[in-house]
Ligand binder design. Structure first.
Ligand code: GDP
Length: 478
């Protein structure tokens, strides 16, 4: 149920007696096991310089939803978490491997790296955490589940190939998530490399190099020859400094599941990224719809560790089941509460699966606009030729119905792909296809996630149908 005085005291790292005294000053007589109301909590917390955000309604998940604004003196700088994205074959995997091999945090264990889904490197005494899955599938899957783990994206663009469709996709994914981009212009060892062309091409997508008056960092590298990597990593730290990334090692540990699997010998194992607090062996962890006591923790060097602080990726054993990538985890004080929460979530998940989600569809758009759920209609545009893409984008961006506007979050030439659907799912967007169709995987994913895909053959139909949908005048589809 709601929090007791004792639990609240613990949350604030104070003696219960001290809180009871404060309550007395507020005219509230309370004992340690008594429930404390939200107003009193907020008042007392503010006296300690802590801001509580209590999301209504307060229920069994009170602890989970209670966000402790950390004492400023507890906050420490944390390593940035970096994702590498870019077009296929532009060198993402090579770069991830090169960085890992050259800069593995030295340990007495010798440093045989294990693939756990993320790793850390050390640069001038500071750490950087890399998510080890190249491409934007992982990134988008996590964001679709409400997880925000990436602080910086390195966009790899091959200097001999230039900006390609997945380069643009990656840019749009990063932009949709508000994550800063560092451009790594790769393969500069190749004779046909033309880094300036890459720079030129990227200006079209709002990525303008500093020397050209913009604020995007570009670094020329060769992942293969391991050139420019030091500079790239320094730039990561520089961009991280601008973000002032901090966390509180003393806070209730929480974070995100990066990947998980069932191991034949060890049972469910999950790589989690600790985002706040310090995770320890013995902690009771709730992750998505599973929970358990952390039996063992292994770092990216395959070394057993006892605790993991902010931005540290660590593989944990002890969960009852395999969680999903993107699930949030949080440490609970008490196993019974953890079990209850998981039970509740499981029930809710079942109930939700019965209903359709509040996803934007054209048929439902008018109602959602009326209810104030939609202020901006996110749209992805795919067409057979570039000219059509631009024509459609140009005309639908002019639509303004009762203050609701169309925002094109991604555009491209070619079939509608699974990645388009993933982006639509994560950003609550609809997909417009002009003279193109979804491929099999995209169709299946759209079906599964209830993403609305609309196919057209006449440009005029696109604008008129969007406008009608926004005005609630859409003819029902049969
Ligand atoms: P990914 O699909 O983006 O992960 O690309 P990979 O890392 O698999 O690289 C694709 C190909 O490009 C491989 O044959 C790499 O050896 C090659 N490659 C990657 N980086 C470089 C580079 O800096 N220079 C050259 N010449 N080749 C590279």
């Amino acid at each position: 149920g709601p929090m007791t005085v004792g639990e609240f005291a613990k949350l604030l790292h104070r003696e219960a007696s001290e809180i009871i005294k404060k309550l007395l000053f507020l005219g509230v007589m309370a004992t340690i096991n008594q429930e404390i109301d939200t107003d009193a909590m907020e008042l007392i917390a503010s006296e300690y310089g802590v801001e509580l955000v209590v999301k209504e309604p307060v229920d069994e998940e009170a602890i989970d939803m209670l966000v402790e604004a950390d004492n400023p003196e507890d906050l420490v700088a944390r390593p940035p978490v970096v994702t590498i994205m870019g077009h296929v074959d532009h060198g993402k995997t090579t770069l991830l491997d090169a960085i890992r091999k050259s800069r593995v945090v030295a340990t007495e264990a010798g440093g045989i790296t294990q693939h756990i889904g993320a790793y850390q490197v050390e640069v001038g005494g500071r750490k950087i955490t890399f998510l080890d899955t190249p491409g934007h599938e992982a990134f988008t899957t996590m964001r679709a589940r409400g997880a925000q783990v990436t602080d910086i994206t390195i966009l790899v663009v091959a200097a001999d190939d230039g900006v390609m469709p997945q380069t643009v996709e990656a840019i749009n994914h990063a932009k949709a998530a508000n994550v800063p981009i560092i451009v790594a212009v790769n393969k500069i060892d190749k004779p046909e490399a033309n880094p300036d062309r890459v720079k030129q091409e990227l200006t079209q997508y709002g990525l303008v190099a500093e020397e050209w008056g913009g604020d995007t960092v570009f670094v020329n590298i060769s992942a293969l020859k391991k050139e420019g990597l030091d500079q790239l990593l320094e730039m990561v730290l520089l961009v991280a400094d601008l973000q002032d990334l901090k966390a509180n090692p003393k806070a209730r540990p929480r974070g995100t599941v990066i990947e998980a699997k069932l191991d034949r010998g060890r049972g469910p194992v999950a790589t989690v990224l600790v985002q706040n607090g310090t995770l320890r062996v013995g902690d009771i962890v709730v992750a998505g719809t599973t929970y358990g006591r952390v039996r063992a923790m292994t770092n990216d060097l395959g070394k057993r560790i006892k605790e993991a602080g902010p931005s540290t990726p660590v593989e944990i054993q002890g969960l009852g089941e395999v969680p999903s990538a993107g699930d949030l985890f949080v440490v609970y004080d008490d196993e019974r509460a953890a079990r209850q929460l998981v039970q509740k979530r499981t029930n809710r998940e079942k109930a939700e699966q019965m209903q359709t989600t509040a996803r934007v569809t054209l048929d439902d758009l008018y109602r959602q606009i009326q209810e104030g759920n939609v202020k901006e209609l996110n749209v992805i545009v795919k067409a057979d030729v570039q000219g059509s893409v631009e024509a459609i984008v140009g005309s639908i961006e002019k639509i303004d119905v009762a203050g609701v506007r169309v925002k094109v979050i991604h555009r491209g030439v070619g079939a509608i792909t699974e990645s388009d659907v993933a982006l639509a799912n994560a950003s609550n967007a609809i997909i417009i296809g002009f003279q193109v169709r979804p491929d099999t995987n995209a169709a299946r994913a759209a079906e599964e996630h209830k993403v609305d895909i609309r196919l057209y053959r006449v440009i005029y139909d696109v604008t008129s149908e969007l406008e009608s949908a926004m005005k609630g005048l859409l003819e029902p589809e049969f």
